[in-house]
Write a protein that binds this ligand. Sequence first.
Ligand SMILES: O=c1ccn([C@H]2C[C@H](O)[C@@H](COP(=O)(O)OP(=O)(O)OP(=O)(O)O)O2)c(=O)[nH]1
Ligand SMILES: [Mg+2]
Length: 168
Amino acid sequence: MSSVEVLLSRLDPGIPLPSYARPGDAGADLVTTVDVVIEPGERAVVGTGVAIALPEGFAGFVHPRSGLAARVGLSVVNTPGTIDAGYRGEIKICLINHDLREPVVLTRGDRIAQLVVQRVEHAVFREVGSVAELPESERGAGGYGSTGGHGVLAAQAPAGARQGTTEG
Ligand SMILES: O=c1ccn([C@H]2C[C@H](O)[C@@H](COP(=O)(O)OP(=O)(O)OP(=O)(O)O)O2)c(=O)[nH]1
Ligand SMILES: [Mg+2]
């Protein structure tokens, strides 16, 4: 995988640097600097203890971690959060507990989200006279389910096999 140097300052020296758990991972894990309990349906903005300077032409995207999402319902409200190249403040994460019953209990140092660094481009918006002047495409204006619902496989499956299962 190619790499890009990103200058970083630890605003909280006790916090580990963001790190990739495995070679080839897209996201570097970010941790919370604080202990926090998030009640069902509630949000909490937590610090990560780091400030960075992404090179121009890059952005960071703060994604949830799937394990925490599946196990306890933890996600990021504005997923993915956007870290602009010019931002020098602490990266903060707006967490949400989607579980309907149990609080999410987080401890300082827990890996709560992951930062994906990507190249981005600026669009130069060039307005045309009417929508008919936009180049034709196969999709056209079709969206929001225009290609069909989600039940294609379910509709073909025998009745007893229709229920998706996450149980092991
Ligand atoms: O999850 C996030 C999202 C954003 N930010 C920081 C970095 C980003 O560069 C800045 C602004 O983010 P965004 O543009 O999403 O927020 P806004 O509500 O549009 O604020 P602004 O008016 O400052 O752009 O806030 C974070 O620390 N965490
Ligand atoms: Mg903004």
